[in-house]
Write a protein that binds this ligand. Structure first.
Ligand SMILES: C[S@@+](CC[C@H](N)C(=O)[O-])C[C@H]1O[C@@H](n2cnc3c(N)ncnc32)[C@H](O)[C@@H]1O
Length: 309
């Protein structure tokens, strides 16, 4: 990803949330502001790009649709990306509310992208400090977009540029209004894929080192089978390929069986690891459309190890 550019995958994930909010019932996660945040031009451009990719990768399937609307509906509901995006957003905001009930008063969104939490939940924002960290190109784009939209930016919202491959999270948070004495909730959605395992672990180690007892982090990841051609589900292979074409290569995954011990080594305790079957049961069961939890995608929730207190 280039420093000055907006992340194409952040735009895609916002598109998935906006599409779902406007077109599907019942909603798994209602980001009713996502299409506004994206903007009409960007939305049309993403739709054209998705349809062009479908026509070139699978001309027979593309020809079978009567119109673009049906093709987009199929891409959203049967693809790998939207169910991951919707499920993890729902899970993260459920955990955030739980963490706030237990005393967390800081929310750190790592790789926030075009997430609209700050504007969907002013009542929660009033009771916390929110830190949106992201790659500088994506963050600059979001701030320009917010100015165009004239949405009011709360004094509790801080934007901090970061590059997880180059910067220490400890350094950037120390230079900000983040308070290491106040329990914090971190979300890291749709980002671990693009980093190496050691970069992911370095950031998790920083979270453990800079946060107060009672702090926690939610993140999603792919299991390592997703990167093995003969083991990966076809729609996950397609997602990895599409993202590569967008020049945001997915690099790594984790073994769910060793994740708990890897987290312990960086000062975190795995509280919960939702497998695709768990996610399906929790958020997708009984739907009459085609959304299904995505193979290989896990949602993990980890807290600071008690041994650190
Ligand atoms: C797939 S998007 C997810 C955005 C948002 N969390 C969501 O769920 O919609 C990936 C995000 O990670 C950010 N990102 C990727 N690599 C990064 C890096 N090395 N440092 C900082 N941010 C990065 C991108 O800018 C983008 O906002």
């Amino acid at each position: 990803m280039k420093d000055e550019q907006v992340s194409r995958t952040a735009q895609m994930t916002a598109y998935s949330r906006g599409y779902h909010s406007r077109n599907d019932t019942p909603v798994i996660f209602d980001d009713f502001l996502a299409f506004d945040m994206l903007g009409h031009e960007e939305r049309r451009s993403l739709e054209e790009q998705m349809l062009a990719m479908l026509r070139s990768a699978n001309p027979e399937a593309a020809a079978a649709f009567n119109d673009d609307e049906s093709a987009l509906n199929w891409l959203m509901q049967s693809g790998a990306s939207a169910p991951i995006v919707l499920g993890r957003a729902r899970y993260a905001e459920e955990l955030l509310k739980q963490a706030m009930e237990q005393g967390a008063r800081q929310y750190v969104m790592l790789g926030a992208g075009l997430d609209t939490f700050a504007f969907r939940h002013p009542e929660l924002l009033a009771d916390m400090q929110l830190f949106e960290l992201d790659h500088q190109g994506t963050q600059a784009h979001k701030r320009r977009r917010l100015e165009e939209l004239e949405w009011e930016i709360s004094n509790n919202l801080y934007f901090i540029p970061v590059d997880f491959t180059r910067t220490s999270l400890i350094d950037v948070l120390r230079e900000s209004a983040f308070d290491p004495q106040v329990p914090a909730f971190f979300s890291w959605l749709g980002v671990t894929y693009y980093l190496t395992q050691s970069e992911v672990m370095a950031t998790l180690r920083d979270i453990a080192a800079i946060s107060a007892p009672g702090s926690s982090v939610v993140f999603d990841y792919l299991d390592t089978d997703a990167y093995v051609y003969r083991l990966a589900a076809p729609r996950v292979q397609r997602m990895i390929e599409v993202v590569r074409l967008l020049e945001e290569q997915m690099l790594s995954g984790f073994n769910p069986f060793s994740l708990a011990s890897e987290l312990e080594r960086v000062g975190m305790t795995l509280v919960e690891d939702l497998s695709p079957a768990d996610i399906h049961k929790r958020y997708f069961w009984g739907r009459t459309d085609h959304y299904r939890a995505c193979e290989h995608a896990h949602f993990a929730y980890a807290a600071l190890s008690k041994a650190r207190y």
